[in-house]
Write a new protein. Structure first.
Length: 187
């Protein structure tokens, strides 16, 4: 009998989607997705929830296996045009990295960047956050996330409402930084 992994089941995708909404509503809050993952990656779990045939994505770092790419059934596009991007956060951003920031008549078309690092909730690198959904300030600790991603993110979001939303992941956890979140002194 064919067994379909949990992340491809509608019930699980609905739970992950609710968790994503929670993360975007309360920036910096960490949610663990281990119970849904089985042997799947957290990236594939999130992508299976947010992608369909109508949106584009990019995985130039090859973080998603080809077999999973076929199941996602979402077209690939360039980093400049893709609506969702997956990057290895351990490495610094490529030189001249361009991403879709949206435009004034459609700021919601700005991309969502998913950064995969080593660990969320521990490490020496700290981000201090403020903005909607955060009481006063919130500090998050990261390991294996190159700091230049967050400097770029501040530049991309400088002309709000244009900008980029971030989802940070490690092996089992995620948190979100919508473009409304202010990162205080990322370096």
């Amino acid at each position: 009998m064919l067994k379909i992994n949990s992340i491809w089941q509608p019930q699980t995708q609905q739970k992950i989607f609710r968790d994503l909404l929670h993360c975007f509503s309360f920036p910096g809050e960490v949610i663990n997705l281990k119970e849904y993952l089985e042997n799947d990656s957290i990236l594939v779990a999130i992508l299976s929830t947010i992608l369909d045939q109508t949106v584009t994505w990019n995985d130039e770092d090859d973080l998603v296996e080809n077999s999973d790419r076929l199941l996602l059934q979402s077209p690939l596009d360039t980093t400049k045009n893709a609506q969702y991007l997956v990057k290895n956060a351990v490495n610094p951003p490529p030189e001249n990295f361009e991403i879709n920031l949206g435009d004034l008549s459609n700021p919601e078309t700005g991309a969502t960047l998913i950064l995969a690092g080593e660990a969320i909730g521990k490490g020496d690198f700290q981000l201090h956050l403020t903005g909607p959904g955060i009481v006063n300030t919130k500090t998050i600790f990261l390991q294996g996330f190159d700091p230049h991603w967050f400097t770029l993110r501040n530049q991309w979001n400088h002309n709000f409402p244009l900008g980029v939303d971030l989802i940070l992941v490690d092996a089992e956890q995620m948190l979100a930084l919508p473009r409304t979140t202010i990162i205080l002194d990322p370096l």
